[in-house]
Design a protein around this ligand. Structure first.
Ligand SMILES: [Zn+2]
Ligand SMILES: [Zn+2]
Length: 390
């Protein structure tokens, strides 16, 4: 595949960086070692480095020529709190920490693009390299935006990538509109009246009420939302009681809610609260509902997505870039950047014949290093395309 020749030249070097990050995974807002390495490399290539955004986030700025145009490129740096089961030489050296989502690969990919662009400077304008912390739940992108990312480092548009083990190596997906869901959570505390397990009639049993709430909530998606508008309510925690012969006083239920449309998101919050409270009331219990909105849906902007697809087509061939694909119910905090600036989140295929096919967040997952030159060539080609020399 026609990745940029100069980038192909340092694939081995990018692989070393990636595998080094993989050996030393760091959780969100703790990416100290990773950001030290990124900062040193960027500075070594003559790129201006700004540190301390969202604690461990950093921004590299590379200017060339006279034009006032600018483009932002983003990678995430954090790992997951999980145990790796791979046995290869570059497996995690830290117990309970693993680069199980390939952010090691995203960081190495963006570094590869930065090295190429700093060396070749075949563009006219400003490239802003955004290395963010804490994508996995911490909302590092949101914190960087709140700390003035785009005010301090103006970007006409912003682009991010994610590896995709379901997509063959050598393909990419640049799809306009909603591509990933909003991710919210709910915590429901059911308060009843505790007592002896043998005398249920003088108690209000929060376990029974909680169980009915779990069942009733499934009807919200099944019967209150449009079947063509996807939504998920997964109640994932149910904690109550400590002794077999005691009816407890309370039960705590927690769950994850995914939606693609903001109106559906509003409806979920309203109906979950209503169903929990009225189900509890029917049994003379009380339900306290805390609904917390986390990441918004990831919505790709049409024009910028077309520009990204064009650049990906130059690298991979027009026919190997998917422009239509159903959304998935996972979530991404790059969504916060897309609320601030037009741009696109592009999936880079990584499923090869022998590696790259294990899904993200699986203990046997690994980023496919063969995707490094592809992602870096995509970023570099996009910059040369969007910031052309006069
Ligand atoms: Zn992930
Ligand atoms: Zn990820």
């Amino acid at each position: 595949m026609p990745v940029l020749n100069r980038i192909a030249d340092f694939t081995a070097e990018m692989t070393e960086w990636r595998q080094d990050f993989h050996r030393h995974p760091e959780l969100g807002f703790q990416e100290k070692r990773t950001s030290d390495i990124v900062a040193a490399k960027l500075a070594g290539w003559g790129i201006e480095v700004h540190r301390g955004l969202a604690t461990t986030g950093l921004v590299g700025v590379l200017r060339n020529g006279e034009s006032g145009r600018s483009i932002g490129l983003r990678a995430d740096m954090d790992c997951l709190p999980m145990e790796e089961q791979n046995g290869f030489a570059h497996r995690s050296t830290i117990p309970g920490r693993m680069h199980g989502c390939g952010h090691d690969g995203h960081t190495a990919t963006l570094l590869g693009a930065a090295k190429y662009l700093a060396e070749t400077r075949n563009f006219d304008g400003t490239v802003v390299f955004i290395f963010q912390p804490a994508e996995e739940g911490g909302g590092g992108a949101r914190v960087m935006v709140e700390e003035g990312l785009f005010a301090r480092f103006p970007c006409d548009s912003v682009y991010g990538i994610h590896n995709d083990p379901s997509l063959p190596l050598g393909e990419a997906a640049a799809v306009p509109g909603v591509i990933l869901a909003a991710s919210d959570r709910v915590e429901i505390t059911v308060r009843g009246v505790g007592g002896h397990a043998a005398r249920p009639h003088v108690t209000v049993d929060p376990v029974l009420v909680g169980a009915q709430i779990v069942v009733a909530l499934q009807a919200v998606v099944a019967r209150r939302t449009d079947p063509l508008d996807s939504a998920v309510i997964s109640m994932t925690n149910f904690h109550a009681g400590s002794a077999v012969n005691v009816i407890p006083e309370s039960a705590v239920l927690k769950g994850s809610i995914r939606t693609l449309q903001s109106a559906t998101r509003d409806l979920m919050e309203k109906l979950i609260t209503q169903v929990a409270q009225s189900t509890a009331a029917a049994h003379e219990a009380v339900a306290e509902v805390k609904y917390v909105r986390n990441y918004p849906p990831t919505v790709n902007h049409a024009a910028e997505t077309a520009r990204a697809a064009l650049a990906a087509g130059k690298v991979l061939g027009e026919s190997r870039v998917l422009r239509q694909r159903p959304p998935v119910m996972g979530a991404e905090d790059f969504s916060y950047m897309l609320l601030e600036r037009p741009g696109a989140f592009v999936k880079i295929g990584q499923r090869g014949a022998e590696k790259g096919g294990v899904p993200v967040h699986h203990p046997l997952y690994d980023f496919n290093d063969d995707a490094l030159p592809i992602g870096a060539s995509f970023f570099a080609t996009l910059v040369e395309q969007e910031l052309p020399r006069g």
